[in-house]
Design a binder for this molecule. Structure first.
Ligand code: NI
Length: 227
């Protein structure tokens, strides 16, 4: 399942992030790639663990922790500390699948990437090209979102970033290990939760059917989740 999560960051938060990032030193993006993707990737990146990456990453993680749509869709167990890239002057990232396991250098932190996320940090009118193109079962999805908005997609997907032909595209990207590994099960839980919220709003949170359906949700989660 692919999902657009609007307003993960407010415009003021985007501006704060950009000020920190634009003042920082960037390096060649291939420092984080696996062997296959190193051949395909042409971009710049904030060094992992650098002060700017940490500070902006913490701000993003706090915003995600307070975002109910992100929680419902991702059912996150672990979130990889956000990384940051910049494409300009024709830079692009050819088709690839993200690595299955991500290990945070110098630590014991390791995740299985179930979901990939891109948080856009540049207004779409400020650059041409730079769409995130994801192959899913319905065909190619071309994604270019307002600054502060995020797309979540299965990490199993083949995807690429098309060349940026004007301006610069700055984004954050990271991975999530979900409590529910299977994308199909996670999608059913998300749909069920969304519909329960709709019914609760239309009727009442105390409506017996809402209480019952919430029980069904939790009992499915209990069967499928690892915490
Ligand atoms: Ni990728």
């Amino acid at each position: 399942m692919m999902l657009h999560i609007p307003d993960v960051l407010t415009p003021a938060q985007v501006a704060e992030c950009r000020a920190l990032m634009d003042a920082a030193e960037w390096v060649d993006g291939n420092v984080t790639s696996g062997h296959q993707s190193a051949l395909a990737k042409r971009n710049m990146q904030l060094p992992e663990g650098s002060p700017a990456a940490r500070q902006v990453g913490d701000l993003i993680q706090d915003a995600l922790a307070a975002n109910p749509l992100f929680f419902s869709a991702a059912l996150p167990l672990k979130v990889y500390p956000p990384l940051f890239n910049r494409y300009e002057g024709g830079q692009a990232f050819d088709n690839h699948v993200d690595n299955a396991i991500r290990h945070l250098r110098g630590t014991n932190f390791r995740i299985r990437s179930d979901l990939s996320a891109t948080l856009f940090l540049t207004a779409p009118e400020d650059y041409d090209g730079g769409e995130l193109v994801v192959e899913d079962t319905y065909g190619q999805q071309r994604v270019k979102l307002p600054a502060g908005h995020m797309v979540l997609y299965p990490a199993t997907s083949l995807h690429h970033v098309s060349p940026v032909t004007r301006g610069a595209r700055v984004s954050s990207f990271f991975w999530i290990q979900s409590m529910v590994r299977d994308d199909g099960q996670r999608s059913v839980l998300f749909e069920l939760d969304s519909q329960i919220q709709r019914v609760a709003q239309a009727l009442s949170h105390k409506e017996p059917a809402v209480v019952g359906l919430t029980g069904v949700y939790h009992n499915l989660l209990r069967r499928w989740a690892d915490a």
